[in-house]
Design a protein around this ligand. Structure first.
Ligand SMILES: [Zn+2]
Length: 276
């Protein structure tokens, strides 16, 4: 972990026992440099001076050069293990403000598995915003229905076989009539039910993402998307070729995904314990 990340991730906790850090954080140490005040040290490592003082049971604000000081930082967000046998550390919620909605998407009222790696959440929000930018009129284009990501700390997420490590997200198909309120309320989506141009905007956005690992998708939907790509890019053979190849490579037809598609991202490069 680079110092910049440590600084960004630094969290401030009130007076833990010296030498011990709160759950979800880890203990680091630093030596006071020549001429540094307590505030200087705190600023350098990205914590509050008062916390640094408390953590080290200091009585004064002066610290001698060379003295070793302990401080606590939040562990970096991380996907640990595999999607079907893993966990999530310090995950990010797709619904940070708690309103079960964001630009271009809505989340079902009862859903609680709203956590992913920072990367997963960023990519998801990006593609939802791309959808809204392509279809700004909310009456003609209701928000995309976002389903489960992972639980706060990841782990088993039945009935899903995966969704354990913060890199999976379910996204309701764009249908006619639309699914609504964050639910997947259509039994099965075949080519005839699909709002293909809208579904393509969302799917294309994920295909354009170099961090994409796979899209699990119903075969009827996949067929409709392939036909659409052939049609819209008929005068641009390079594009047609590119996206048909991308669908061939990343889209996995799957009978379990008749109401939604399931997007999975690769392990973030920084996550050493992540298994693709
Ligand atoms: Zn899923």
């Amino acid at each position: 972990m680079t110092r910049a990340i440590v600084v960004v991730m630094a969290l401030l906790f009130a007076a833990p026992v010296a030498g011990k850090c709160p759950k979800g954080t880890k203990r680091l140490q630093t030596n006071v440099r020549k001429g540094e005040s307590l505030a200087d040290v705190a600023g350098r490592v990205g914590v509050k001076a008062a916390d640094l003082k408390a953590w080290n049971l200091l009585r004064k604000d002066e610290v001698p050069a060379g003295k070793n000081l302990a401080y606590c930082v939040k562990k970096a967000s991380g996907s640990v293990g595999s999607p079907s046998h893993g966990k999530l550390v310090g995950g990010t919620s797709v619904d940070g403000d708690g309103d079960k909605a964001g630009a271009g998407f809505v989340i079902g009222a009862g859903r609680t598995r709203l956590f992913g790696t920072a990367q997963t959440v960023k990519h998801l929000k990006h593609c939802m915003a791309v959808y809204r930018a392509a279809y700004p009129d909310k009456r003609k284009a209701p928000p995309v229905n976002v389903g489960d990501l992972s639980a706060k700390d990841g782990g088993p997420a039945g009935p899903h076989l995966s969704h354990e490590s913060g890199r999976d997200v379910d996204i309701g198909y764009l249908t006619k009539p639309p699914q609504s309120k964050g639910n997947f309320d259509r039994q099965a989506t075949g080519a005839a039910d699909l709002d293909v141009p809208k579904q393509w905007v969302v799917t294309k956005c994920f295909l354009d993402n170099p961090e994409l690992k796979a899209i699990f998708i119903g075969s009827g939907v996949l067929g409709a998307l392939k036909a659409y790509v052939g049609k819209v890019y008929r005068k641009r053979p390079a594009m047609k070729d590119k996206y048909l190849k991308a669908l061939g490579r990343y889209a996995v037809p799957d009978g379990e995904h008749l109401t939604h598609m399931h997007v999975r991202f690769r392990c973030p490069k920084s996550d050493k314990h992540c298994v693709d």
